[in-house]
Ligand binder design. Structure first.
Ligand SMILES: [Zn+2]
Length: 277
């Protein structure tokens, strides 16, 4: 039966739709651990309003990302969720209180997914984007987008992209697996971010692959000759798909379903593309 940890999470997530409970539950122990940091969940979307654009229009600041209504909004870092419905011009707003005292706010949502007080891991989906003109949670938004800002411990609104460094670059470091052929947490975080962007993975970006990560990985290698089940159980056929992917990124060894250092190097070279930062 469920451990105490699972029971507690289920309790906290009591108002959540079934699919989302699964997403939050991924990573079990690590989901409740203190967050290691932050990442930029929206590198795949165009910036349609800069920080300066916001200041120029009298806002306290924020970054707008163009995305269709209903897009998954992953937490940029772990923390505790509070929903603020009809938050003035911001419309439906999710606040994530991070353990280091910083807060994140996502605005103009079309839908809340988690109950107040839910603890989430980095990468867990906390709501769905909105912003369509006149929709109930849109506030003053004039078109579908996400507005994102952060608030520092002294209450000042700050630009999340500056806070994370890189001035708008991504949040995940490159993995050294490309050099040493040894898979580790950074490689798996990048894999989870790839799968989030392209394969519908909604679990945490925690570098700890579980069944949901592996199921998404199996989906990801269907284009590389894998025809087996999407069951999250990696067998030789699943790994052979990963090797075929790696063969497009410099791997020249056998496609035998046995991952060695050279297989991991090719896979890591694929994952180290900037778009998966
Ligand atoms: Zn905005």
């Amino acid at each position: 039966m469920a451990s105490e940890g699972i029971s507690r999470r289920t309790l906290l997530s009591g108002t959540v739709a079934a699919g989302v409970v699964t997403a939050v539950g991924v990573g079990a122990g690590s989901a409740l651990a203190a967050p290691a940091g932050f990442y930029h969940p929206f590198t795949g979307y165009p910036i349609t309003g800069t920080w300066q654009d916001h200041l120029n229009s009298g806002s306290l600041g924020g970054i707008d990302f163009g995305m269709g209504v209903g897009t998954n909004l992953p937490a940029c870092g772990g923390g505790v969720v509070t929903n603020i419905p009809y938050n003035g011009t911001g419309g439906h707003t999710v606040t994530i209180q991070h353990d280091n005292g910083y807060r994140t706010q996502y605005m103009h949502l079309s839908q809340f997914l988690l109950g107040n007080g839910t603890r989430v891991a980095m990468g867990a989906v906390v709501g769905l984007s909105g912003g369509a003109v006149g929709a109930p949670g849109s506030g003053s938004s004039t078109g579908p987008h996400l507005h994102w800002h952060m608030i520092n411990p002294s209450g000042t609104r700050i630009n999340p992209l500056d806070f994370m460094g890189g001035g708008g670059g991504g949040g995940l470091p490159k993995t050294t697996t490309e050099q040493d052929g040894v898979p580790g947490p950074i490689m798996w975080k990048r894999a989870q971010n790839w799968l989030r962007i392209e394969q519908g993975y909604t679990g945490p970006i925690d570098g700890v692959p579980g069944v949901n990560t592996y199921a998404a990985l199996q989906r990801g290698v269907r284009g590389y000759g894998y025809t087996g089940p999407i069951d999250g159980v990696m067998g030789p056929n699943s790994w052979a798909g990963v090797q075929r992917l790696a063969s497009h990124w410099g791997y020249t060894g056998p496609i035998d379903g046995v991952m060695g250092p050279n297989s991991w190097r090719g896979f890591a070279r694929f994952l180290n593309q900037d778009k998966y930062n």
